[in-house]
Design a protein around this ligand. Structure first.
Ligand code: NAD
Ligand code: DAU
Length: 332
């Protein structure tokens, strides 16, 4: 049994991880979250009070971070500004949280000699051509495209430097696109599902040929637990579930699963610098650490996600109008 400090635990993937840990282990969890627009305490409703504590604070605040890190066994670092479109509109918070926040945590785990796991993204590798058979591996050179992905790349490099220069006991994982419950409606899949529920036509950027490699958030959680248990210090692991799909196919599948004509969507202004294709080769994680994803059927996982948004309208409704107004102001 261990006590984990989970940063960003009120966000999408962090809250899924907290539920997964409390359901599948006897660990205790402390969440540190700033509750930005992306954090939602309702995502942590119903957790066992004896094993879970929430702290409202900023990962870039050395005082709060130092005190919390001193009292736990390990830190699992999810907190970030996570949305590419927001990073094109206002990059500054991405530097503050993703770079300075990660630096602040690294200094605390260095001081207290605590285990650290850094959550990152496949976007640090840039993009692949649509017809390129290659996938990203742990050896792919970094080539980020957006303010978001460049700050995540910077944070990964800080972790590597703190391992090599100061002996910090850290691992890194770079995961592909997650879907599942508790994802903010600004993101692609929840935006289109909640659009259909609201009677708004889904919005596809450009031609919709861009490919993303989808993984259920629960599989991301089991992979991170596996790395925490058995990962080799200083190593990077890529997390993916062989879920490549282009955006057009995903929108059409959402519409079909929701009983609408498959072509009832609009093409809108493309994202600036839009990455073409992401694809993960997760052989190292599967072979070295024995991890296997459980959600192999994307259609079934997507149908369950649609059900979740239908059942939990109170969770997302307060944010929906503001998100759509923001996109509308950009022709998206
Ligand atoms: P999210 O935007 O849903 O949640 C981020 C959480 O971090 C929110 O609860 C927010 O309040 C909190 N936060 C932001 N700034 C903070 C700060 N300064 N101090 C404390 N808390 C702060 O993000 P997500 O999609 O759940 O992503 C979580 C992590 O996973 C990120 O590091 C992201 O880069 C990474 N990741 C995401 C995906 C994906 O598909 N969403 C894929 C791979 C990796
Ligand atoms: O690959 C991992 C990354 O996946 C994470 O690092 C990011 O935190 C996460 O947000 C996600 O990034 P993307 O930019 O790929 O996700 P997003 O949901 O914003 O968009 C997915 C694809 O859908 C992308 O090609 C843009 C497109 N899109 C998005 C929106 C919001 C649309 O076509 N229409 C939309 O309305």
């Amino acid at each position: 049994m261990a006590t984990l400090l989970v940063t960003g635990g009120a966000g999408f993937i962090g809250s899924n991880f907290v539920h997964h840990v409390l359901d599948h282990t006897d660990h205790e969890v402390v969440v540190l979250d700033k509750l930005t627009y992306a954090g939602n305490l309702a995502s942590l409703d119903g957790l066992p009070a004896g094993r879970f504590r929430f702290v409202h604070g900023d990962i870039a605040d050395p005082t709060v971070v130092d005190e919390l890190v001193g009292g736990v066994d390990a830190v699992v670092h999810y907190a970030a500004e996570s949305h590419n479109d927001n990073s094109l509109h206002d990059p500054r918070p991405f530097l503050d949280t993703n770079i300075i926040g990660t630096y602040t945590l690294l200094e605390a785990v260095r001081r207290h000699e605590k285990r650290f796991h850094h959550i990152s993204t496949d976007e640090v590798y840039g993009d692949l051509e649509l017809d390129d058979p290659a996938r990203f591996t742990e050896h792919t050179p970094y080539n980020p495209s957006s303010p978001y992905s460049s700050t995540k790349a910077g944070s990964d490099l800080l972790v590597r430097a703190w391992v090599r220069s100061f002996g910090v006991q850290a691992t890194i994982s770079n995961c592909s696109n997650n879907y599942g419950p508790y994802q903010h409606v600004e993101k692609f899949i929840p935006r289109q599902i909640t659009n259909v529920i609201r009677g708004i036509r889904p919005k596809l950027y450009g031609k919709g040929e861009n490919v993303r490699d989808w993984i259920h958030a629960d599989d991301h959680s089991s992979a991170v637990l596996t790395i925490l248990d058995r990962g080799v210090i200083g190593e990077t692991y890529l997390i993916g579930a062989d879920g490549e799909k282009n955006n057009k196919d995903v929108v059409e599948l959402i519409l079909t699963l929701m009983g609408q004509p498959a072509d009832a969507y609009d093409h809108v202004t493309d994202r600036a610098g839009h990455d073409l294709r992401y694809a993960i080769d997760s052989t190292k994680l599967r072979t070295d650490l024995g991890w296997t994803p459980q959600y192999s059927d994307f259609d079934a996982g997507l149908a369950a996600t649609i059900d979740w948004y239908r059942t939990n309208e109170a969770w997302w409704a307060p944010t929906k109008d503001g998100v759509e107004a923001f996109y509308a102001s950009k022709g998206q």
